[in-house]
Design a protein around this ligand. Structure first.
Ligand SMILES: NC(=O)c1ccc[n+]([C@@H]2O[C@H](COP(=O)([O-])OP(=O)(O)OC[C@H]3O[C@@H](n4cnc5c(N)ncnc54)[C@H](O)[C@@H]3O)[C@@H](O)[C@H]2O)c1
Length: 425
């Protein structure tokens, strides 16, 4: 194996290209975006990822990696294009289909074709293989087709690409072996061979496991609010059991994986995937629950001033995709009674459709601060930071991440609303 054609140069395709290029392979990186390709050919990158600019610069300079808008003949093809959901929550595999069609004219017997994009179960067998059969290939003999899902964590992609265990699902056992060998050249973790549909399901179930468990914690928060229980304490105590690990409640589930992947299963087995669907519904209901609590807290105020802290779907990143915090801010802003100001040290104005202001501006004369992301900056805030600026120093922490002196200000947490009282002017 000498040459690899990587299709899709985003958060997955670009680091993958760079890592293979650094290992000595000749890589052509293909993207439909001219901007992405041009930048790459100048040795620059269009995404943020620790350590990636340096490696890309090096491998572009030494000629191992170059960008192109059209695929080329190669030994191995890796597809890493987006797989979002449609508005009706069904998977949009159009990008995978067009990438497969785009590489078809450049394929020859003996090539390995790997899809790294997260895909619904049976996509390799029912969608990718038939497209290539239409092009005249015998997909059992001429080509080696496999799905190798990604499970890297943004911010640690270059480390995890190498160290994580990889699941390689072939449409035949030979395909699994050939594709696994591609990764064995760069991966220090285990590379496990299986069937394509098993690899597809294992990736989806990893994120579904987390989504379902978060839904359970969110349901506990709602039950606790009704029954007057402190859910955070319940979780801490229950988790003393050696085989119990209850997750933590929050304002909802966001991002392009956890909030999306479970739907790929629901779509394919709607009758059976009841718990998975219900978990999605519970997590999707959390922004509404948060806004309801804000309304309860501010019911006695004429024009409540609310400061929303944090817009991203998790802490210490700048990614706002599918973020429940954005939904909450938009719901609050739609209420004409509320004056809402937003602060997030990681998010720039142009990423969202409303202004993002400074800490001081956000809290000035505010009645309530609602914490919606667990950024490190929020974990270290002190009550004194709020006392002079806020009109009524009350915090609603939906991530249970702050450590404020509760003698000095009122702190409500999403799982402990037992003593909730309406804020007075
Ligand atoms: N980012 C992550 O952390 C992560 C983790 C696990 C799995 N995944 C999965 O990996 C896949 C890729 O995700 P990503 O985050 O890299 O996406 P991305 O949006 O960052 O990048 C995808 C790139 O593909 C390009 N593209 C779209 N259609 C194309 C086509 N037909 N031909 C060539 N290029 C095309 C786009 O221009 C874009 O640059 C998705 O299925 C995603 O669910 C991502």
């Amino acid at each position: 194996m000498e040459k690899i054609c990587v299709v899709g140069l985003g958060y997955i395709g670009l680091p993958t290209s760079a890592v293979f290029a650094r290992a000595g392979y000749e890589i052509v990186g293909v993207d439909v975006s001219e901007h992405v390709v041009d930048k790459l050919n100048r040795g620059e990158i269009h995404i943020e990822e620790v350590g990636l600019p340096e490696i890309v610069k090096e491998v572009v300079e030494n000629g191992k990696l170059r960008g192109s808008m059209t695929p080329e003949e190669a030994d191995v093809f890796i597809i890493a294009v987006p797989t979002p959901i449609h508005e009706d929550y069904t998977a949009n595999v159009d990008y995978v289909i067009s990438a497969t069609k785009a590489i078809a004219p450049y394929l020859s017997k003996g090539n390995v074709v790997i899809v790294e994009s997260t895909i619904p179960p049976r996509t390799m067998d029912d969608i990718v293989a038939p497209i290539l059969r239409e092009q005249g290939f015998d997909t059992e003999k001429d080509l080696y087709l496999a799905h190798c899902p990604e499970r890297v964590l943004p911010g640690r992609i270059l480390i995890e690409l190498i160290e994580n265990t990889r699941i390689v699902g072939g449409t035949t056992p030979e395909a699994a072996k050939k594709a696994a060998d591609v990764y064995r050249a760069i991966v220090t973790g285990d590379v496990i061979e299986t069937e394509a549909v098993t690899a597809e399901m294992s990736k989806l179930m990893e994120n579904t496991f987390r989504d379902v468990n978060i839904a359970l914690a969110n349901e506990l928060a709602k039950i606790s609010s009704r029954l007057g229980v402190d859910a955070h304490q319940v979780i801490e105590l229950a988790n003393k059991h050696p085989r119990v690990n209850i997750h933590h409640p929050g304002p909802g589930v966001g991002g392009h994986c956890l909030a999306v992947d479970p739907y790929f299963i629901v779509e394919k087995a709607t009758e059976e995937a009841k718990l998975i669907k219900l978990s999605r519904d519970i997590n999707n209901s959390m922004p509404h629950f948060v806004v309801e609590q804000v309304e309860r807290m501010t019911v006695e105020l004429k024009e409540p001033k609310i400061a929303a802290f944090g817009l991203t779907y998790k802490g210490n990143i700048d990614d706002v995709r599918e973020s429940p915090a954005i939904e909450i801010v938009e719901m609050l802003r739609r209420n004409p009674r509320f004056d809402v100001r937003v602060f997030d040290p990681h998010v720039r104005d142009e990423q969202v459709s409303f202004p993002v202001v400074s800490f001081e501006e956000a809290i000035q004369d505010a009645n309530l601060v609602v914490v919606l992301a667990d950024h490190n900056e929020f974990k270290t805030m002190k009550a004194e930071d709020f006392l002079s600026g806020m009109k009524t120093p009350v915090i609603f922490d939906t991530k249970n991440c702050t450590n404020l002196d509760e003698e000095k200000m009122t702190v409500y947490k999403i799982g402990n609303l037992t003593n909730l009282k309406a804020i007075q002017e």
